[in-house]
Design a protein around this ligand. Structure first.
Ligand SMILES: Cc1ncc(COP(=O)(O)O)c(C=O)c1O
Length: 469
């Protein structure tokens, strides 16, 4: 066995792949506080979450398993509301923060965030039903989706959702017709495509009109959409919506988007004499996945958004609209850790060590889909062994089945050890699949030393029951 340890002699430098990862952390046992759930600590070297030893969690619930720190989710929801929403109460009774359920949708999570005062943004009838069954007040639900089925719109109207975000001309007509049929008037936000595509550390104000969401500002489609909404009596024009991307660290993209949307608000005012009452700036607030990530804190991010909007409105002589946002990742992402059991450990001579775990791309597709980076540690014991350049892979029949592309794990790692991958609360369980007929992991909430399963682990019987041929 010739595991690549670091630091090493000259051989190490010779054999590192061209895209070699950054230097290993000084202490492999370190838990960077920005990356791990707020309750994460090591006790005698063992990772504890919500006051519970991860070995006990693995023994009780099996692996892989998502472990969610309830207080982490709640505290982030409160922080967003305090920083952004407390004075942005709308008619529907919520502050200005709507949790984007697509990041992770379960009754418990929606109950937690709702009880902290957040509304919920859903984009399918499935997410809507979870929200309703979690007891989220319908008026505090926003219905999204670029291709809402007529049956979904009808269900949303019957439930009495607070807002429907319209995304196409057909949909404006469809929502108006269904509202008329239901004898109701529905508040709609018009989703605007601002031409801004935001990335973590950069933004491009170029080609992003070339995508499926919203009404283009550049082409005049957004102006026309507002005209059509205003002409239909069963629709109440509630305001404008803009979402510029995800995992954004820099407010510059929001600045350009807000500028363009407020220009539209000024045109609406001039053409129709209508004030835009609400401006939803969407989600996309970034989180730390690795120590290299440095997201802005909630207070400075949100206060900068507010001042951007205030300045732009002042420039056009417009009153400041009610501001709302829809964070998903930033509420649940850092709260959750995936626990895996280590299986095969294979040294690929001269390159790195492949550490196979008992899950993979079926519980975390983000690495394969977005080339996402993650941080992982040996969780079930302390180790003083030197760092070993590793790649954590799953057990699917794909060479792209990678969970953590580059990381350092202790060189004495052995089958049966538990690995913890941090910041898997958003877009992991919600994007999970049954590829290779793996069952989806359960989700276990931890708080003050108490664990409870909030999403049951799937069983093979669950899968076989669906196979009715
Ligand atoms: C319209 C809308 N709002 C909110 C979000 C949530 O984004 P994030 O989880 O990055 O905050 C998304 C994500 O795709 C979105 O499309």
């Amino acid at each position: 066995m010739s595991r690549i340890a670091h630091p090493a002699g000259p051989r190490h430098a010779d054999v590192l792949p061209a895209d070699h990862p950054p230097a290993p952390p000084e202490d492999l046992n370190d838990l960077h506080p920005e990356i791990w759930p707020r309750s994460a600590v090591r006790h005698d070297g063992v990772l504890m979450l919500g006051g519970i030893d991860v070995r006990d969690l693995a023994a009780e619930y099996g692996t892989p398993v998502f472990v969610t720190d309830e207080e982490d989710v709640r505290s982030r929801a409160r922080e967003y509301l305090e920083a952004f929403g407390a004075d942005q109460a709308g008619e529907e009774g919520t502050g200005g923060v709507f949790y984007a359920a697509k990041a992770f949708c379960s009754r418990a999570i929606l109950r937690w965030v709702h009880s902290e005062g957040l509304g919920v943004d859903v984009c399918t009838v499935g997410e809507l039903e979870v929200a309703l069954s979690a007891g989220v007040a319908p008026a505090m639900i926003t219905m999204h989706g670029n291709n809402k089925l007529p049956s979904e719109i009808a269900r949303a109207l019957a439930a009495g959702v607070g807002h429907v975000v319209v995304d196409s001309y057909e949909e404006i007509a469809r929502v108006a017709y269904l509202a008329l049929e239901a004898g109701t008037r529905v508040r709609v936000l018009v989703r605007v495509t601002t031409g801004v595509e935001a990335h973590t550390h950069e933004f491009m104000a170029t080609a992003h009109d070339d995508q499926k969401f919203g009404f283009s500002l550049a082409s005049g489609a957004a102006d026309e959409a507002v005209r059509r909404v205003l002409a239909l009596p069963s629709l109440e024009f509630a305001g404008l919506h803009s979402h510029i991307g995800s995992q954004i660290f820099d407010t510059a993209g929001f600045e350009v988007a807000a500028h363009r949307v407020i220009e539209l608000a000024a045109r609406i005012n001039a053409e129709h004499g209508v004030q835009v009452a609400e401006l939803d700036l969407g989600g996309g607030f970034g989180i730390a996945y690795t120590p290299d990530d440095d997201p802005p804190d909630v207070k400075s991010l949100t206060s900068s958004l507010r001042s951007i909007v205030a300045l732009q409105c002042a420039a056009y002589g417009l009153p400041i609209p009610r501001l709302t946002i829809e964070p998903g990742r930033a509420i649940v992402g850092p709260s959750t850790v995936t626990l895996y059991e280590v299986g095969t450990i294979k040294d690929v001579d001269g390159l790195r060590t492949y550490v196979s775990v008992d899950g993979g791309m079926s519980d975390n597709i983000r690495t394969a889909l977005y080339d996402a980076s993650y941080t992982c540690v040996l969780a079930s014991r302390a180790s003083a062994a030197p760092p070993m350049l590793s790649r954590v892979v799953g057990r699917h029949c794909e060479s792209g089945d990678i969970v953590v592309r580059d990381c350092y794990l202790p060189a004495d790692l052995a089958p049966g050890d538990l690995l913890a991958v941090a910041a898997t609360g958003a877009y992991c369980r919600s994007m999970a699949s049954n590829y290779n007929h793996l069952t989806k992991p359960g989700v276990v909430a931890v708080r003050n030393g108490v664990a409870s399963e909030i999403v049951r682990r799937e069983t093979l019987d669950d899968l076989l029951r669906l196979d009715v041929g």
